[in-house]
Design a protein. Structure first.
Length: 127
């Protein structure tokens, strides 16, 4: 196991806590714990910076996919200040996972996320 593996796994766990928070106050708190103040999030549909922008993207995702949670797929892989991991968006009602992808995160010296580069492998038609 690489020396920094715990650091990567902790950062990714905080990342999922933020994405799975479902109340405004909880989301803002989880985003602040996971991301650096000037952190960013970029995927094919969005490019935002700062805690408020990231929290707004998370809230919009929950509005588009009510009753869904993000879960990791596979192991976290990292080196230096960079880690990658797979994920899927899963229905709590029936277990379907219409959206899946992988993200690459860059960490600051405190282990908080400086940037996320998200890639989508599976997206429902019309999304």
């Amino acid at each position: 196991m690489p020396a920094n593996q715990d650091r990567y796994e902790t950062a990714v766990a905080r990342y999922f806590e933020a994405w799975n928070a479902d109340e405004d106050g909880a989301t803002a708190k989880a985003v602040a714990a996971a991301w650096a103040t000037d952190g960013s999030y970029t995927d094919p549909f969005t490019d935002v910076s700062g805690h408020d922008g990231i929290a707004a993207v998370i809230a919009a995702t929950h509005e588009q996919f009510p009753g869904f949670v993000f879960r990791p797929t596979g192991a976290v892989d990292g080196h230096h200040d960079i880690a990658r991991f797979g994920w899927e968006l899963v229905s709590t009602a029936d277990g379907s996972a219409p959206v899946a992808g992988f993200d690459v995160i860059c960490l600051d010296s405190d282990g908080r996320i400086r940037s996320v580069h998200g890639f989508l492998d599976r997206v429902p038609a019309g999304a």
